[in-house]
Design a protein around this ligand. Structure first.
Ligand SMILES: *Cc1c(COP(=O)(O)O)cnc(C)c1O
Length: 221
């Protein structure tokens, strides 16, 4: 069986050099994250703030490793998210922007963020493409947030024409929003994402292997 280090090395060699890889470690143990960091991973993504805090404390995260929040932003967790992460990829509505702005100001930091746009019927979150410019304007007015680009989740389908169309939509929203980062592409669809102009892909299972199942009783935060 391939190790985390072997999988990461193989992917890093295959993914074009200008495309950043975020290793998504949700539900994976801290030891797997440590292994990824030893293998040269520079960006780690987590979906749940509580889980991430515990893991980051165990995994000896040192700069320049960047911690990306890629889960849904609940406004009551904005403070914890702003304190725990170096970038928030999932700002999808005015209330999330407002809460993170307040939290970052209280912490005295400028928090890099991406605007999450909804490009597929199968995604519950993300702002509509039509609302993206307005949200981008709001974000640019936040002195403690720095809008770095756009993030989107591809559709849950095997049809590559559908995937390509969705990613093309994300790229066109990115053009209007601006910023250096277009975060699209996961383990199953990163090739289509790179073809559409992705500058950052988020890989979970292709680096860490299958995810352990989340216990139903766990606090989702
Ligand atoms: C879980 C997750 C990923 C990684 O998914 P894989 O299919 O395991 O690569 C990427 N992005 C987001 C937002 C996720 O929630």
């Amino acid at each position: 069986m391939e190790t985390v280090a072997q999988r990461y090395a193989r992917l890093r060699a295959e993914v074009p050099a200008h495309v950043a890889i975020v290793a998504v470690s949700k539900l994976q143990p801290a030891e797997a994250v440590r292994e990824a960091l030893r293998a040269g991973v520079t960006d780690v993504g987590e979906n749940y703030v509580q889980e991430a805090r515990k893991k980051f404390a165990l995994a000896d995260f040192l700069p320049p490793v960047r911690r990306h929040f890629i889960g849904h932003v609940q406004t009551n967790k904005a403070r914890a998210i702003a304190a725990t992460f170096d970038m928030v990829q999932t700002v999808d509505r005015p209330q999330a922007a407002e809460a993170l702005e307040k939290a970052a100001a209280a912490l005295g930091k400028v928090l890099p963020v991406l605007l999450q746009v909804n490009i597929s019927q199968s995604d519950r979150f993300g702002c509509s493409p039509a609302a993206a410019s307005r949200l981008a304007m709001q974000l640019r007015g936040c002195s403690n947030l720095r809008l770095d680009g756009v993030m989107a989740i591809g559709p849950l389908t095997d049809r590559s024409s559908e995937i390509a169309a969705a990613f093309t939509l994300a790229a066109s929203v990115w053009q209007s929003v601006g910023g250096p980062i277009l975060s699209i592409g996961m383990s199953g669809d990163w090739r289509e994402a790179v073809a559409a102009g992705s500058t950052m892909i988020r890989l979970g299972s292709s680096i860490f292997g299958p995810r352990p199942v989340r216990a139903a009783s766990n606090d989702p935060g």
